[in-house]
Design a protein around this ligand. Structure first.
Ligand SMILES: [Zn+2]
Length: 172
């Protein structure tokens, strides 16, 4: 019912619902931490974004789980290399909090475009997964309009929502 009403109000106002939302305070604290973990712009950093994925409604980001907290060597090479064997720690955190993995985010030294390995090796190779990329070591813009916003459709196929006019990520 709530979903129906919010869709109706969105339609009345001419604003389609976003695909994913996050409280501004959680987002800003999270990207600040990612920036810190680049150790002064010396390496990339990243995190899983966990939260809720209600049927037919926008996903909700509730927390950042940093790659290097799960896998201490994830950032050693300068680019994110997360060891899949450390995934069980992530599932434990999700289970304890009743959350799911709804997206991932990582920081680039330069532009927010996906690298060939970002495209070829999704951190979470599941259709419907979202991936965000913050440019300039998260020292510049960190909000929709200036960041990479990608949706994985499976089989190596990505949809780029970075410059889409429809709302994708909404910070509230
Ligand atoms: Zn990348």
């Amino acid at each position: 019912m709530r979903s129906l009403l919010s869709k109706l109000f969105g339609w009345l106002l001419g604003q389609p619902e976003p695909r994913i939302v996050c409280d501004m305070s959680i987002w800003m604290a999270g990207v600040e931490e990612l920036s810190k973990r680049t150790l002064g712009r010396r390496r990339e950093s990243g995190a899983f974004l966990i939260g809720e994925a209600p049927e037919g409604r926008p996903k909700v980001i509730r927390a950042f789980v940093y790659y290097d907290d799960l896998d201490e060597h994830a950032l050693d090479t300068g680019i994110v290399r997360f060891n899949g064997n450390k995934m069980s720690k992530l599932w434990d955190i999700c289970e304890a909090r009743g959350y799911r993995v709804v997206a991932d985010i990582h920081v680039h030294p330069g532009s927010y475009g996906q690298s060939p390995s970002d495209k070829a090796d999704p951190v979470m190779p599941r259709a419907g997964h979202f991936a965000f990329i913050l440019p300039n070591f998260a020292a510049g813009t960190v909000k929709p309009g200036g960041i990479g916003q990608y949706e994985y459709r499976g089989n190596g196929l990505w949809v780029d929502h970075s410059t889409s006019t429809a709302p994708f990520l909404t910070l509230r």
